[in-house]
Design a protein around this ligand. Sequence first.
Ligand code: KG4
Ligand code: ZN
Length: 344
Amino acid sequence: MNNLQNKENLTILAIESSCDETACAILRDGEILGECISTQIEIHRLYGGVVPEIASRNHVLSIDAVVKDAVNKAKITLNDVDIIAVTKGAGLLGSLLVGVSYAKGLAFALNKPIIGINHIRGHIAANYIEHPDLQTPYVGLIVSGGHSAVALVKSKTHLEIKGTTADDACGEAFDKVARVLGLPYPGGPEIEKLAKSGNPIIPMPHVKMKNPLDFSYSGLKTAVINYVHNAEQKGVEINKADLACSFQKAAVEMLADHAIELALSENINIIAIAGGVAANGALRDTLTLKAAPHNIKVYYPSKRLCTDNASMIASEAYVQIRSGAEFSDLTLDARATLSLVTDC
Ligand code: KG4
Ligand code: ZN
């Protein structure tokens, strides 16, 4: 029980700073009033990936302006906010600490409550912003730079992981393959773009796991690396678009197949995708196409809500508050790792 559980016009100001996006959003009863994202992608591109220390410093530089911009866009004042929500983990510790410290300062200054939010749960909750009709139970396919999991979402606050990755996360594999192909960071959108002009004609390995719902991306990634090295040694030119397309097809088919398998075994006819990789058009299309014959409906957030943003953090805070979750207090700390199941 919390004192906002039944409040009308519940207004949440959320802050997200777990990786290389500094973001703030204001949601009222689950609807976006205003949001602002400052991305550091161009800065980290110089290094081929996120440099944690540089990320934290840039969060410090931009967070105040980002929050002010979101509040202005929402056409509210800070006094209209009922609660401050902030990503408490998982993510880069230094980056998370910037958001958590700023949020605590704001909560203290405004004398408002604060609630720490699990970033990956936020990715899942991004679906609720645009799809109020999305009903539990459903199968959740969670695919980001650090997570690949297929879960049975029994209610908005209770899920069970049924399959997870044995090695690399799916987004991580996209990023690593992109680097081998000489594409800039972040690799996922670059692979997707390049794959559009290629054909999936290069054979890729099909991994069989002990738990058929588990994933493995390291074999797929290694197959691409070996293909490139072999061609280099032989002095043969590779068709990068075909390679990107073949990798992407194998990667998204594994995701789609596992999600459908779980849905069928649980007799569930809804799948929702979440996380940065959910922005991938091939994944959305493949899953929708494969799910249709089984009368399974597929949900995904719009692309800008798939990658890191603060609206998803506010959306998860809304779920938590309405379900009666306890608030945090000013001892709230950032955590680099969190359990998707137990750390709400
Ligand atoms: O969820 P996210 O923004 O950050 C984490 O919480 O990890 O996910 C980032 C990951 C990166 O690996 C990025 O390459 C991947 O999502 N990604 C994509 C696409 N857009 C982002 N992967 C494939 N296709 C995309 N269009
Ligand atoms: Zn994320």
